[in-house]
Design a protein around this ligand. Structure first.
Ligand code: ASP
Length: 413
């Protein structure tokens, strides 16, 4: 019997995962079958994520250095840089404005009282994260001994070193052609392994979704229903309308064409809640299905997976207004602008791992004097919200690759 295509298998895995998760949820966590089922799902889900994380660092290192090295000319390199950064910042700004406007309009959090959540807040202590210090730390983390960075899985530092290496390879021209060939072959072999890991994706995604759905905190979810609806609604709006519109305006590509090519990565992002873990698949989809040149995709997607986070930026801004409503503070226009700015920094600074946005959100809350402890209220529902925002984060990286490719090839004629 012929198996359906990997794409279809992944979608089926996701549907079955949600269905079995709901079934387990209905049975209750005490049931023996549910416990054993969740144990097995936990094993498979973790194995899938471990495999992705295993290949992640070699992949980032090779794809960025080879990507930059293949750009060859100076000018082209410069254009890719500028277009990428402008796209990242522009799309995050739109996301933040969306999140802020929706929260200002719907006012989630009003009517709820902070003391309703005392229990949650008791065991939580927010870490101080003043902006100058956060910025200094971010900057300090960019340049690290590459061997330490590789060994510790520090994606951003690996990205930076690979960038510098790539630039050096361009400058050196033919002198370093062997290093370039070795890196190119290393990249090809890494992508081959990614292809093998992908075969496990349908099962891995099913397992992750079973766990996610089965252990949802429904009580908290219904108390915060309005906030959840506003965040999910605006995140979806950004993912389904804004990003495809940007794509269409720049490249004339239809959303359906894009989603068909991107769906493996989008479903994986949804299930893993980690842009970093999804990166091997993002890169594969961007090159193979969306037909972006490897040197551009190899640069934009790894960099994007750590600093381009539309969903996270939107969430940080919306959550800040939610907390303000909860404690009954009205933010002035100036304070809203501060939220815009810090939400962007916080999203860029968040690594692409589950719930990273919650940690850097302390920064946004503190910048306008809101109680950072209120994050404790949002933690129980974060795994659920993280699914969609990570999906949109990854979507932004893929749209970014297509837009940058268009901009760069257009201007180089
Ligand atoms: N989980 C998100 C990501 O990997 C980051 C976040 O927590 O917002 O993209």
């Amino acid at each position: 019997m012929k198996l359906p295509s990997l794409n279809i298998q992944i979608l089926l895995g996701a549907v079955f995962g949600v269905a079995i998760g709901l079934y387990f949820h209905g049975l209750g966590a005490e049931q023996q079958t549910v416990q054993s089922g969740l144990y097995v799902a936990g094993l498979i889900g973790t194995l899938f994520i471990d495999l992705l994380k295993m290949i992640l660092i070699p992949l980032v290192f090779c794809s960025i250095s080879v990507g930059i090295a293949n750009l060859r000319q100076h000018q082209q390199m410069h254009r890719v840089w500028v277009a990428t950064l402008l796209f990242f910042m522009g799309s995050m700004l739109i996301a933040i404005i969306l999140g802020l406007s929706a929260s200002l309009y719907f006012k989630p959090g009003t009517g709820l009282q902070l003391n309703m959540f005392e229990n949650a807040m008791q065991n939580f202590e927010a870490k101080q994260l003043p902006l100058p210090e956060f910025f200094a730390q971010f900057l300090h983390g960019l340049f690290v001994n590459p061997f330490t960075a590789l060994a510790q899985g520090n994606v951003l530092a690996v990205v930076m070193f690979a960038l510098i290496l790539g630039v050096a390879l361009v400058m050196g021209g033919d002198r370093f052609k062997h290093v370039r060939t070795i890196l190119q072959e290393a990249l090809d072999v890494t992508m081959l392994i990614v292809g093998w890991i992908m075969r496990l994706a349908p099962l891995g995604i099913m397992a992750l979704l079973i766990k996610l759905v089965a252990v949802q905190d429904v009580a908290m979810l219904s108390t915060l229903a309005k906030f959840v609806a506003v965040v999910m609604g605006t995140t979806l709006l950004h993912g389904i309308v804004v990003l495809p519109l940007i794509l269409y305006l720049f490249t004339r590509r239809s959303p359906l064409w894009f989603w068909r090519g991107a769906r493996e990565a989008l479903v994986t992002a949804f299930a893993t809640s980690s842009s970093a873990a999804t990166l091997p698949i993002t890169l594969r989809c961007t090159i193979q299905h969306l037909k972006v040149k490897p040197e551009i995709a190899g640069f934009v997607t790894p960099l994007g997976s750590t600093i381009n986070m539309d969903g996270t930026a939107l969430y940080e801004a919306a959550a800040a207004l939610f907390v303000a409503n909860l404690v009954g503070v009205e933010l002035s226009l100036m304070q809203q602008l501060i939220v815009c700015f810090t939400a962007m920094i916080a999203a860029m600074g968040a690594p692409g791992i589950p719930s990273a946005g919650m940690v850097t959100m302390v920064l946004v809350l503190q910048s306008v004097g809101l109680p950072a402890e209120a994050i404790a209220i949002l933690l129980p529902i974060d795994r659920l919200l993280d699914t969609l925002r990570t999906t949109v984060n990854v979507e932004g990286d893929m749209v970014g690759s297509l837009v940058v490719q268009k901009l760069v090839t257009q201007t180089s004629h």
